[in-house]
Design a binder for this molecule. Sequence first.
Ligand code: PLP
Length: 175
Amino acid sequence: MPQSGNIIYTPEEIRGMILGLDTKVRLDNGEMVPAINLDNAATTPPFKQVAEEIHSRLMYYGSIGRGMGQKSEVSSEVYEAGRETVKEFVGLRKNDDRYVVFYTNNTTDGINKLASALIESPDDVVLTTRMEHHANDIPWRMRLKQSMLTCAGTVGWIFQVSKEFSRPSIASAAR
Ligand SMILES: Cc1ncc(COP(=O)(O)O)c(C=O)c1O
């Protein structure tokens, strides 16, 4: 049963927290049915609580970090406070300035930024698995001179895959 901290939620309770699960989409035959979301990573449905929170603050919306007006100040504060909330969510202490939370446009953008910060040389080696989405593959691969992508299995073994397998061209990998 899914669990968060000491709170245990049933699948029905979790479904109840998510917005839009009953929204219908049209099939080829014209029938309208609720969509089955098989790729949450690509299209994550919002939590109702998030939608409510955004809605309740929209009347105070002002540009973030760019204006002197009160709305801008309020919005900037909320935006910055969100970083501390994220820290807490991942088990860090709020205001622990050894860690920085930065917002990104999406997974690919985030991993691109991480890869450009972590890779110091094109000769670096990145351990990865065969099953990574391109979002967690190309950002590393494109910064490495050689095909040093290595495959790590679930039981702890590691082996280096062949050059051909590990480094298809970025163009073909992106297809
Ligand atoms: C499994 C998986 N991981 C990562 C991504 C990349 O996500 P983003 O579009 O946020 O870069 C996707 C997008 O389709 C995905 O399906």
